[in-house]
Each structure stands twice: as structure tokens, then as C-alpha cells.
Unconditional design. Structure first.
Length: 211
């Protein structure tokens, strides 16, 4: 039986940096024989982050977020998956609000507040966490280490892939303001020379989720 992989895009722009890397990871997983279900968080029905209802702390709902909204099918799919791909652009030195809503609901349902067994998840799966940013690759080590540590402990062993100094738009000359903060030529060069290698890394990481 083929493995099931869930891919979650927490970015709003189809076909751009985050979505492209996720799609490459999906291709990698599919090439290894997996079935992949992809969700775009910005296109779901209305949802929220954790509402602190503590329903998941009741024994009969253990490991299940009981809040029913647009995120419910995503959380249900992850619960049955053999691997998880999550991608988000970096906004203001954090992941997107959509990522955070999903992340809160994903993690909190498995948090027990019990010293002996702090996590009630009994089915750990490999995770690929992808982040894109217009800042350098090395700018967010602490942020990503924190996410990796939590995902390791509550979802499964996590690999992180970062793509920095990304090309944000195709033609910077068409913006109303001069974006003088960036070296546009360097960004374009990186898109042509480095980004393809990152896509290949995403592809290989997607394959490794299945293996």
C-alpha cells in the first residue's frame, strides 16, 4: 500500500517561492510512490488558531482538536498521514498567520500537560518544514530551531529547508516605490543559480519522507 503524504501551503501566492518548493517536495514524494494530498491554507473555509477550549484535553477527544472549521479536514488528513510537508514564507520575522493557526491546532491537540507523558501522539511521522524569506538563509536560526524542536516532539522527526534572499516579484521596476533595500540584480542572479538547487533539495527531501 502506498504511503500518504499531506502537503500544507501556508503562503498566499500560488506558483511562487514557497508553493514552488512545496510542489517540488510533492513531486519527490510521488516519485517514491506516495499519494499526496495538498492543502492551500489561504483557500480554505474560514478557520482560526487554537481557541483554548481544552476539548482536546478530555480523554475521549485525546489527540483530536474538536473545533470544527476549515482546518478540520487538514488536521484529520495529517492524523492519517505517513508524512507531512509544511511551507510558509516569513512575514515580519515569523511564519504567516495561517501557518501559526495550523501549527497551534496541530501541536496543542497532542499536548497533555502531563510530566510523565507530555505528548499523547502515538503515531509520529516525518516532517519537512520549508520557509522562504527575502532575508538571508541564516537570519532565522533560533526561530526555526524552536519550530523544529516542537515538531520533533509532537509530530515527528523534522527536516528544515530554508530559501533566503528570494525574488519577490518578477519586475521590480514596475513597483511604485523604489525598493532600494534590496540588491535586485543579486536576487535575480540567485533565482537563476541557487533556487533551482533548492528545488532539487526539496524534491529529494520529499522522496526521503517516503523512504
Amino acid at each position: 500500500m502506498s504511503k500518504k503524504i499531506v502537503a500544507v501551503n501556508a503562503g498566499p501566492r500560488n506558483g511562487w517561492n514557497t508553493d514552488t518548493l512545496i510542489r517540488e517536495a510533492v513531486k519527490g514524494a510521488e516519485s517514491a510512490g506516495a499519494q499526496v494530498q495538498k492543502f492551500d491554507l489561504f483557500r480554505l473555509e474560514k478557520y482560526t488558531g487554537c481557541i483554548s477550549c481544552f476539548g482536546c484535553k478530555r480523554e475521549k477527544f485525546k489527540g483530536h482538536c474538536i473545533c470544527r472549521d476549515g482546518l478540520t479536514p487538514v488536521l484529520d488528513a495529517v492524523r492519517e498521514a505517513d508524512g507531512l510537508i509544511i511551507g510558509s514564507p516569513n512575514y515580519l520575522s515569523e511564519m504567516t498567520a495561517s501557518f501559526r493557526a495550523f501549527y497551534e491546532r496541530l501541536i496543542f491537540q497532542n499536548l497533555t500537560y502531563n510530566l510523565e507523558t507530555p505528548c499523547c501522539n502515538e503515531r509520529f511521522i516525518p516532517v519537512l518544514l520549508i520557509m522562504t524569506s527575502n532575508a538571508p538563509d541564516t537570519a532565522y536560526k533560533i526561530l526555526l530551531d524552536n519550530y523544529k524542536n516542537t515538531l520533533d516532539n509532537f509530530v515527528g522527526p523534522t527536516k528544515v529547508l530554508v530559501s533566503g534572499n528570494t525574488l519577490q516579484i518578477r519586475d521590480y521596476s514596475k513597483t511604485d516605490w523604489a525598493w532600494t533595500l534590496f540588491d535586485i540584480a543579486e536576487k535575480q542572479k540567485r533565482r537563476e543559480t541557487v533556487f533551482p538547487a533548492e528545488c532539487q533539495k526539496a524534491y529529494e527531501a520529499g522522496r526521503s519522507l517516503v523512504k
